[in-house]
Design a protein around this ligand. Structure first.
Ligand SMILES: [Zn+2]
Ligand SMILES: [Zn+2]
Length: 403
């Protein structure tokens, strides 16, 4: 036994006992760790040195909904120790998405309680498994809406993991593919994720404002890229909130002529500040007339029921309207509204891992971030209420130092 090995064993033994709040029989622990014969030691988020091959779960503080009707409150979970391809991340900021609220309150059904929401995660790598090549301790890292997929179906092979034919695993409210349990999201001190689902984050941008890019950013970036939006295109953005404000910034950066479509006149100044070239008040018939048959592309972010046909009439020939919001009622669209003008009505879901990395790199290069209001973890329930009223410019982000 080398001196370094002995010291590591001893430290691990003490840490092992300390993490579990048990007294440490040093010799017993050293013997236990010797059996693992690991050559790799990792440092966990709490600064504990542990042998990689020991499946030491670490306790992690979170905020969770225990039931659909209870407010979010502190709860402790166990995160797995990093496996050979895993990256352990100390979460610094987590954005607050509308999906978090819907899931915590079981508004879409199927919520697994207790539920720890959060899928706009940025933080610092604290440990990596010994096969991880892309990350090392100290790197900035991000995790978005998914943490696993089959990697084998046509969609996965194309980097469209969000459409995995065998079902992607959500960052929260999902089930780990190895049967080890439920997934818990970013309202948490740390997370352990397979390196394939971890993203590189630039240090050029303020981290708290980068967090919302992991869901709101990619959800708007992906359809703009898929339909190759750029210079010469007239783009309408419908809905100015967490997603909409990213849609405006991204479409404008890509060179499109951007129009904010809104029924709230007071949003005009903000829309223009964010980069919109025009503002159309949709309740004003004169303004609407000017943009009828005008747009190449409309990005529809509204998740309340609304009349799709009205907006389809604003598309020019070959125009495309893409929904990323999901209203409760089914769409009622007469086929003629698409046939005349060869129009398309489409949908889009977040983005795959390669495209999410591309979006993060694009935002770093073009200095694009989300407009955020940073909150303390304890204020999450109040933030949900304000979010329901649209009272946020434009994304809440939790400072995880407050958990
Ligand atoms: Zn989201
Ligand atoms: Zn797949």
């Amino acid at each position: 036994m080398t001196e370094k090995w002995r010291i590591n064993c001893k430290t691990a033994a003490i840490n092992f006992a300390e993490q579990r709040d048990i007294s440490c029989n040093e010799q017993y622990m050293i013997n236990l760790f010797r059996k693992t014969e690991t050559k790799t030691w990792i440092t966990t988020s709490k600064g504990y040195i542990v042998p990689l091959k020991e499946n030491l779960m670490s306790s992690t503080k979170t905020y969770a909904a225990q039931e659909a009707t209870t407010p979010l409150a502190p709860w402790t979970i166990k995160r797995r120790a990093p496996k050979p391809h895993d990256v352990e991340i100390q979460i610094l900021y987590c954005g607050v998405c509308h999906s978090d609220l819907h899931t915590a309150r079981n508004e879409w059904g199927g919520t697994i309680f207790p539920c720890v929401p959060g899928h706009e995660i940025v933080g610092k790598v604290t440990a990596v498994g010994d096969h991880v090549k892309k990350f090392k301790a100290g790197d900035l890292a991000g995790v978005g809406c998914l943490v696993d997929s089959c990697r084998d179906c046509d969609n996965c092979k194309e980097g469209l993991e969000q459409y995995c034919s065998n079902g992607m695993v959500g960052t929260y409210n999902g089930k780990e593919k190895d049967g080890s349990g439920n997934t818990y999201g970013g309202y948490s001190k740390s997370i352990v994720v397979h390196e394939d689902f971890v993203l590189h984050i630039s240090d050029k941008l303020p981290l708290e404002a980068v967090a919302p890019l992991l869901c709101a950013g990619i959800t708007t970036y992906s359809p703009l890229r898929h339909w190759k939006i750029g210079k010469g295109h007239k783009v309408g953005i419908l809905g100015l909130g967490g997603l909409g404000h990213m849609g405006v910034k991204l479409a404008a950066a890509m060179g499109a002529e951007v129009t904010m479509l809104s029924h709230t006149a007071s949003k005009e100044a903000d829309a223009k500040r964010l980069g919109a070239h025009q503002f159309v008040l949709t309740s004003d018939a004169e303004q609407v007339k000017k943009v009828t048959g005008n747009f190449d592309f409309i990005l529809d972010i509204v998740s309340a029921d609304h009349d799709y046909n009205f907006y389809l009439s604003l598309l020019r020939t070959n125009g495309v309207m893409v929904c990323v919001g999901a209203p409760p009622s089914p769409a009622q669209i007469p086929a003629f509204n698409l046939i005349f003008g060869r129009k398309s009505f489409a949908g889009s879901l977040i983005g795959g891992l390669p495209e999410t990395q591309e979006m993060l790199d694009y935002c770093a290069e073009h200095n694009i971030v989300s407009d955020v209001e940073v909150i303390a973890m304890k204020d999450i329930n109040e933030a949900y209420e304000r979010m329901l009223k649209g009272d946020v410019r434009y994304r809440f982000v939790i400072d995880m130092a407050t958990l």
